[in-house]
Design a protein around this ligand. Structure first.
Ligand code: SAM
Length: 279
């Protein structure tokens, strides 16, 4: 039984990083007219109302998107992400935070496709309703790992596979690497973005090392910690491992991550952009 609900965490500093990277990758795919497919393994509910009781209970968005919404930072990747969030809201007001599938759907063109899997009954139903009538989008109530096997490769050779587990189960940490290895065999030309939390530094490093030891090629690490590492004191940061990143991503994130860290951090955090394996 899954208890995680993203509605408690939407718009947090971790979502800001994840969705900033998602927008940057999708913008790169949009440069060419050839169609692409986005495969979102852990879709969530799609959109999250700011005045919802869950959002208000944790207030995580207050130290996330709310610190940046309406700002212009002068850094292209950050401003572009903020403009996408703004486009999905009424003018000048943050009424809801868009999840990864809503952001992807907003950036799809007529020729592109989005396929999402989500297991939680309530969130699956919200996600299904969100895209009812949009023939570019397919939403399935399916296990993420099983969905990767069943739904890849998609019809198009270009794409993004976004893997965003809740890491409720320890197995999520181990399952990801094998799932990615298998998915790469079927869909080697895609960009993969795998989100991970920084809760306890040693565990995070073990997680990242598994990818390097599995000989996953062309692996870029992006991480933004809003506080200093501290075991047992909750999530101090988060990161993404990006396989086959757009060639512009590392340079763009070198500019964007310091801005995120300054805006969302307490002054003791850190960030990193590191190419871990070559092509
Ligand atoms: N990607 C979403 C976004 O950025 O807006 C947020 C996803 S949230 C971190 C993780 C989601 O995965 C939750 O909605 C949870 O119900 C779902 N989930 C957890 N385990 C799953 C599994 N094995 N298969 C499919 N969905 C799962």
């Amino acid at each position: 039984m899954l208890s995680y609900r993203h509605s408690y965490h939407a718009g947090s500093f971790a979502d800001v990083l994840k969705h900033l990277v998602e927008v940057a990758i999708l913008d790169h795919l949009r440069l060419k007219p050839k169609p692409f497919t986005v495969h979102d393994t852990h879709g969530g509910a799609g959109r999250y109302a700011i005045d919802d009781a869950h959002m208000q209970k944790t207030g995580e968005y207050v130290d996330g998107i709310a610190r940046l919404f309406g700002e212009r930072t002068g850094v292209a990747a950050v401003d572009r992400y903020l403009s996408v969030v703004a486009q999905l809201n009424p003018v000048g007001r943050l009424s809801h935070y868009p999840g990864s599938p809503l952001i992807a759907a907003h950036l799809l063109r007529e020729q592109d496709r989005l396929q999402c899997t989500e297991l939680h009954s309530t969130d699956f139903e919200l996600l299904r309703q969100e895209f009812a009538g949009d023939r570019r989008v397919r939403v399935e109530k399916r296990d993420a790992w099983q969905g990767l096997k069943a739904l890849l490769p998609p019809e198009h050779r270009r794409g993004l596979v976004l893997i965003d587990p809740s890491y409720e189960l320890e197995a999520d940490y181990t399952q990801v690497v094998e799932a990615v290895r298998q998915a790469l065999r079927k869909f080697a030309t895609a960009t993969y973005a795998i989100w991970y939390p920084v809760l306890e530094r040693n565990r995070t490093e073990r997680f990242v090392r598994r990818f390097v030891e599995a000989d996953i090629p062309n692996l870029l690490r992006l991480e933004c910690c809003v506080r200093a590492d501290a075991s047992g004191r909750g999530m101090t940061g988060s990161g993404l491992l990006v396989i086959n990143p757009p060639y512009t991503l590392a340079a763009n994130m070198e500019q964007a991550l310091p801005v995120l860290q300054a805006a969302l951090g307490d002054g003791h955090g850190h960030h990193r952009v590191a190419q871990l394996t070559g092509e």
